[in-house]
Design a protein around this ligand. Sequence first.
Ligand code: C2E
Ligand code: MG
Ligand code: MG
Ligand code: MG
Length: 287
Amino acid sequence: RAKGKCRGSLQFFAEHMNQQLLIRKQLEGDLRRAIPEGQLELEFQPQVNLTSGKMVGVEALLRWNHPTKGRVPPDQFVHLAEETGLIIPIGDWVIRQACAQASDWPELKFAVNVSPIQFRQGNIIETVRSALDTEGIDPNRLEIEITEGILLQNTEETIAILSELKAMGVRIAMDDFGTGYSSLNYLRRIEFDKIKIDQSFIAGLGRSTEADCIIQAVIDLGASLGMTSNAEGVETLAQARKLKQQGCKEVQGYFFGRPMPSTSIQELLVDHDWMMLAADDTHSRST
Ligand code: C2E
Ligand code: MG
Ligand code: MG
Ligand code: MG
């Protein structure tokens, strides 16, 4: 009896699954064509040094211009790319493209997000080496951003690859610090050059003592380990000033600039800085 009663819902469920699978297959097919058809693009977001008030680097962020859906944000396709292995050719493209663009901006460092899958299945060292060589770029200018997902599998192998990249002179940044479940363990295993405080913490800055104290603790922890700090998601001048007082070195966020096409970065390079930050030392930390 129960069977009869539930048949309708099972059928509904099966159809729903089927439909989801179809949508996924379709998107996967579309993504497979994205590189050959030139639908991928990089945008760049300024990274600003809080002492000088100047743009010192950019983070490359991947964009997919889908022929019918329009611009699909990375949160909606990077996961699929990882599951299907497409992240390998896509990730290679990102590294090459970022290096090609960075060759126009010798005064800037540039950061690239790299998926854990590229470390497990790809040939990240060769890709990075050849992209830097081709464009004649100093490895010190490249920063690879990784998240703690990188330590979930093949830990020893991953750490060996990171050491080799570091030996080449490439920098390593820990992205989204504080959002995972083992951030501290991850700090202990890998020698990062930079720690990027997740934007969820910055959103609480100045709103609660707890948020302020956590950010302060992360900045201090990073400094004591010889790492630079970057605060992500800075949307107001007040947040930037507070972070400066707290000893944070670098900021990124909509206040300074949204991710933008390379031509707009070029314009910022010509005649822009955020001197209101450099001038503002009246509230310097006095400890
Ligand atoms: P992420 O690396 O942590 O990048 C920061 C994200 O925060 C970007 O979203 C950026 O547009 C956004 N953001 C920057 N400033 C602000 C702000 O002031 N307020 C708010 N609300 N958001 C801000 P986006 O570009 O959508 O990228 C999302 C994520 O997708 C990235 O997070 C990164 O994990 C991943 N991703 C992006 N490009 C690549 C790539 O080339 N390869 C891989 N594997 N992942 C990528
Ligand atoms: Mg990032
Ligand atoms: Mg981040
Ligand atoms: Mg993120």
